[in-house]
Structure formats: C-alpha cells, structure tokens
Design a protein around this ligand. Sequence first.
Ligand code: FES
Length: 378
Amino acid sequence: MDSENIIVIDGQEFTFTQEETILQVAQRNGFDIPTLCFLKGAIPTGACRICVVEVEGATNLVASCSTAATPGMVVKTETQRVVRDRRTNIELLLASGFHNCLVQDLDMDSWTDFQLKSMEPKEHQGLCPAYGNCVLQDLAVRYQVKLSHFAPAETKYPIENVNPFIVRDFSRCVLCGRCVQACNEIQVNNVITFDLKGAESKIITKGDRTLKDSNCVFCGECVQACPVGALVPKDDFLEGQTPEEENRVRTTCTYCGVGCQLYLHVKENRVTKVTGVEDVGPNYGKLCVKGRFGYDFINHPARLKTPLIRENGELREASWDEALKVVSDKFSGIKGDVGPDAIGVLSSARITNEENYLAQKFTRGVIGTNSIDHCARL
Ligand code: FES
C-alpha cells in the first residue's frame, strides 16, 4: 500500500488503492453515502447526483460514485450544503414522474394538482408496486422531502403491459440509467438504451418496440436494478404491494446445476416474486428468465403433489414408498431377467451437480451398468 494514498473522510484518515472512488473508500469504511444511479459492477455515470460530497478546494460538490480518490483529498459527506443539494436533487427526481407515495398519508387538501393528477390512471390508484422497496422513497424519507417545489413532468408514454413478465411504467422512470447498465454492462444483452430527447427522453429498445417484440430475453436484470417503480414484475403490478406482509427466503435455484442464489418472496405461503442475492456467487444477483419468473408451478393447481401409478390404463395417486417399491421391483425384475445393461439412465444438465452425482452413483453402484448419459432437454 502506498503510504501517500491517504484520504480524509469526515475527519478520519483512510488509505485507498488506485482507481478507488470516494464512494468505494467511504463504503468500505462504513460511511453511508446515499446513492441512486450507482450500480455495482457498472461504470459510474454520475447521473443523479444524490451521492454528492464536499471536497476541500473544489468549487462544486462532486459525485462521490464517479470521482476518484486522490492523495490528500479531504471529503465531507453530510454538511448542510451537501444535504441541501441532495434534497434539491430528490425533489427534482420526484418531479420527474408520478411519484405519489409520500403524500398518501397527507391530507388531500395539501396535494398539488400534480399529485392529484398522478393518481388518475387506474393503475396508480393503489400503492405503487415498488412501495417499501423504492430507493427514491427511502431517500425522500431520509431527507424529509414530501412535496416537490418543481413543476412536475408530464408523462408522455403509456404503461407497457403486454408481456407476461415485466411492466414498464414510464411515468415513474427517473432516467437514472441503471436498467440500461444492467442490460448492457451486467448481462450484456444490449437490448435497451437511452433515447435522449429532453423532456421526452425515454429508455427504449431498438426501434422503440415493446420488450415483447425486441431481443429481450426477460432475464429481469433491469427490474432488479430499477430503483423506483418504473420496471416491476407483472405479478407485483397486478397484485399491488404490501411489503410488510412479505417474507424473503434465501435458497438455491433448482433449474440447473449453476447453483444461483436467490430469494423467494413469500406472502401467505405463496411465492410472489424471485430476486437474485446480490454480492454472492455464483450469480451475484443475476438470474435467467426461468430462475426469476418461472415460479408459477409452485402454487399451480395442476401441480402433481403425489406420485401416480398406472393400473389398468388409469393413473392413481400413491405414496412415495409405494411408488418407489414399484420402480425398485421393476428394475430388479429387468436386471434379474436380462442383466443390468438392459437398463439405462438419462440424467440432465438442468439438474444440480449433486443430483447428477447421485444419478451416476445409483446407475453404476445400484443398477450395475455404465449406461448413463444426459439429455439437455430433460
Ligand atoms: Fe452517484 Fe447517482 S449515485 S451520481
């Protein structure tokens, strides 16, 4: 460590490594500098200026997420000037769309025309689907910003609700760019980008098509990155949000052998949403379309809950013990009659490593044959 690489944050000295930003040094040392547009793993854009800090000798406040730490830098993270600036930026963001969550507990007489208007669309009459899980809402609460003094932006684009997974509510987009970075830099799908047209700016797909008609693979990385209610899973949009009733259960995805870490969001004993676990391998928050959206089967009424045994052409429910005994008897019969090589086992690249290990162990050790292969489509 170069002893000259010392930075002072709120009166304390810290070392830093080359290319570390002020934000990285601060976070590493336990400082809570708020961020909104900053997306871990992507190149900081400095777009929202929520993370501004005061740097001695600098005329303007600097965005800590995109400013490199330099030797001898003296940083103050929460001065009056910083707080005032953050409050202004929060107000601007609140005015950039239909963000009405913070006024819902105020007397309607104190609502502005904008607040009333923002409630007009039928999709906005309940709580925002991101309520309780919104970075902008958290910031507004932290800095006690309820109403914006700025003229609110008109929403030019209708809600896009034409695919089975993701709803795009442009009226709630703050153009932070996290979804674009998630799509292009994290998942490298390159489906969405900025269409910068001043007040009519929008995040678009190629040709400004709907996601359904674009190259989107519905990995949902953009949804996970969205800090507001602009991109939400369809189920959240349809059912509304009551986060206080929701439990998060961490588990491993069962769709393939990669072992992605995910959270099942559970409400009234039903899985209502899946999100990736950030900061943990192997997926570091990323999921594929199946891992993120393929959970309907869990509560599907047609889901098989017991083994079925076919008798006289009809299927009947059976216990696991009974079903396993039938399979075991049949295998033993075949093995006894014509030998173990008459039996083959097809495993799958779509199950876990442990399950594949068990399958080959069973095939070789119990059945007594080397006839095991896999089928990628199983
Ligand atoms: Fe740094 Fe947005 S978080 S500018």
